[in-house]
Design a protein around this ligand. Sequence first.
Ligand code: SAH
Length: 348
Amino acid sequence: MTKIDIKSMNLSELISFMEGLGEKAFRAKQIYQWIHEKQVDSFEEMSNVSKKLRETLEEQTYLTALKIEEVQISKVDGTRKYLFLLEDGNVIESVLMRYKHGNSVCISSQVGCRMGCRFCASTLDGLVRGLTAGEMLDQIYQIGKDIGERISNVVVMGTGEPLDNYDNLLKFIELLTDENGINISQRNLTVSTCGIVPKMRELADKQLAITLALSLHASNQEKRLSLMPVANKYDIHEVIDACKYYFDKTGRRITFEYSLVGGVNDTDEDAAQLTKLIKGINCHVNLIPVNPIKERDYVQSNAGVIEAFKNKLEKNCINVTIRREMGRDIDGACGQLRKRYRERTTKE
Ligand code: SAH
């Protein structure tokens, strides 16, 4: 018998499941609270649930509980990078960032990634699998418990393409924002995509209050294609149209992420083209100095070039910020902690 993933169930699913076991609905509510509010890691800890029922749950279901394999703590700003071990032996990365306005967690949505972006370490070994809703949630639960503080913001910007794991992502959003659980507001959640157009439109139709971030990284189709193979499938203009559609449906301002790669997408002409491309869209541009990975020869634009690029956009009345680099001392681009861990463990 395959066991049921109890952490990925919403309350009504859990109620039907418990009723199937001949239990009352209030039992489901108690168990849901143990999982999502008290965030226990085992059935054993559910002290107001009978031993017999706990045994039945143990037999028929499993409770996802990620194990902290490694933590790197920045001495500069308190950023923490976590490497979590999943039940099947895979590892994933998550990051805690501390801001004045609260704690923000950046989670992974997949083990590996199949999008192939040229500058990204997470995609070098391809996709292993999508994460379950429970595995996405548990990154936040475990980090909250580790630091003993509330997590107020979540960004789905770690390893993986969230819209390539769409159904689990939606379930995750439902559970994350449920008032009977960790109860994080939709407004405090950002989902970042490389631009899977049909899924962006589907998400827009849900009319959620979450922020959509698009990894744009180029101002025209040709350059975008040289950095992001996904552009083969969806032309830059189709992606921009999907962003407009998202705003029309949700009223949520779009975030455009633009990683500046030295000599590739950081010229005056790029800034001018970018302005033309996104002018009139209610948006915010996040400039990210590219984080070089050793497997590729991309370099960061120098500080002056980055500043000039920002000024040019500002002159054109585009809302823009340069992303503050968090945890510089523990850095390495996204996906590198996992990659190094795998290199280490497969050599042994
Ligand atoms: N697949 C999603 C989310 C994960 S990547 C997406 O593409 O948006 C999160 C962000 O980090 C994306 O904007 C991605 O392009 C960017 N990124 C990945 N590797 C990077 C690197 N080495 N330097 C700078 N940004 C990088």
